[in-house]
Ligand binder design. Structure first.
Ligand code: KG4
Ligand code: ZN
Length: 391
């Protein structure tokens, strides 16, 4: 099954073509074409993602990014056909809020033949709704013109399956499995008793951990996105033996549940930074080290408690913060100590942050699990889309 997948939930415009086969017990994937345009530079001046700018950038980038992914897959083959007027009118209605995308869409579609794909997948949520809508409307338009079914996909599920992909294969983890989703918008512990089944064990009560990294970086005068910056400085502090200037709190470390809180950690850092007479590079490194250690301590402690409570046989870590090397090393160590039979899944670097491959993976797993494509009219963006049936 060849799937064209589209991701526009935040500040990456990403499209890929994936070839997938096999059943749930062993699914094989090859990436035929993969393109991604990051908007990080555009958002940096705002110190975070600016939704209306993200929407505009997606509208500008979707056609060239799709063209790149299809070309790489060898599926961008001229000539195309003129779009009949009736279809054109239908498309114009779809793109009523993105006229610039409509202007680019028509010549692109008319320049190539219908590509040899079986389905289209698009992120439905969670994420920034204006950004999600651009991808959804674009995917619907492709679905109309190419007459291909469309799968709406949960972004968090994409992060989970990206973590399970090893050498092009997703093999069944032992269930129950625990998923730790840690990104710029989410911090959740989800228990999977089977494929496509999620019970939320815990979540952040305020900021997401990635968001806390981004805000902490800003306080330290580091650029957006802050996670990789903090991580780089923390590493430098460790190799150079720079000690933290303060001890920061580990919020909710011993709370009798699996919830998280990161806003107290952020505020503690803010006060500590204000009280420092001079922000030298050494002090900055020390703060980065202590902030990272505090966040990692809480994530590891809560994940371990949830593993113990649930008896889960695997820990699947997904989302941008899973790129943090201190975290993955600490988790590996802690899980090994808990039980050598528990498997830890960490996504490869390129699949840890947002991408379209994970959306294609999730569409295929969904289809293997009996999921059907949705009618176009029923697909709407949902900024708060949840994965869990039990909240
Ligand atoms: O999954 P993702 O790409 O986008 C969302 O779905 O939110 O995650 C982005 C988040 C950002 O907050 C970024 O700072 C964080 O992941 N991040 C990291 C690292 N790399 C990315 N946080 C800590 N350490 C890293 N190495
Ligand atoms: Zn994400």
């Amino acid at each position: 099954m060849k799937i064209l997948a589209i991701e526009t939930s935040c500040d990456e415009t990403a499209v890929c073509v994936l070839d997938a086969q096999g059943a749930l017990s062993r699914m094989e994937f090859s990436v035929l074409g993969n393109a991604l345009l990051s908007q990080v530079e555009a958002h940096r001046q705002f110190g975070g993602v600016y939704p209306s700018l993200a929407k505009r950038e997606h509208a500008k980038n979707l056609v060239p990014v799709t063209e790149m992914a299809l070309s790489e897959a060898g599926l961008s083959i001229p000539p195309g056909k003129k779009i009949p007027d009736a279809v054109r009118e239908e498309l114009q209605k779809l793109f009523v809020r993105e006229p610039e995308l409509f202007e680019a869409f028509i010549p692109f579609i008319e320049s190539i033949a219908v590509p040899d794909i079986d389905a289209i997948a698009v992120t439905q949520g969670p994420g920034l709704e204006p950004a999600l809508w651009v991808g959804i409307n674009f995917a619907k338009a492709l679905s109309v013109v190419w007459e291909k079914p469309l799968y709406p996909i949960n972004h968090l599920e994409g992060h989970i399956f990206a973590s399970l992909l090893e050498n092009g294969i997703i093999a069944e983890p032992s269930f129950p499995a625990l998923a730790l989703v840690i990104s710029g918008g989410h911090t959740e512990l989800l228990l999977m008793r089977d494929w496509l089944s999620y019970e939320r064990m815990g979540q952040t009560l305020d900021d997401a951990v990635g968001e806390a990294f981004d805000k902490a970086a800003r306080m330290l005068g580091l650029p957006y996105p802050g996670g990789p910056e903090i991580s780089r400085l923390a590493e430098l502090a460790r190799t150079e033996g720079v000690l933290p200037p303060v001890v920061l709190p580990r919020p909710m470390l011993h709370s009798p549940n699996f919830n998280f809180s990161f806003s107290g950690l952020k505020t503690a850092l803010l006060y500590a930074v204000k009280n420092i007479p001079e922000m030298t590079p050494q002090v900055q490194m020390g703060f980065a080290r202590e902030f990272e250690d505090a966040a990692v301590d809480v994530l590891v402690h809560k994940s371990l408690a949830a593993l113990t409570e649930s008896g889960a046989q695997a820990l699947i870590v997904g989302g941008g913060v899973s790129a943090n090397a201190t975290l993955s090393a600490a988790l590996a160590h802690a899980v090994e100590r808990l039980s050598s039979s528990i498997r830890l899944f960490i996504p490869s670097r390129t699949l840890s942050t947002d991408n379209a491959v994970m959306i294609g993976l999730a569409a295929y797993v969904r289809s293997c699990g009996g999921g059907e494509p949705s009618s176009l009219a029923s697909i709407t963006a949902d900024g708060n889309l949840s994965l869990s049936s039990k909240n």
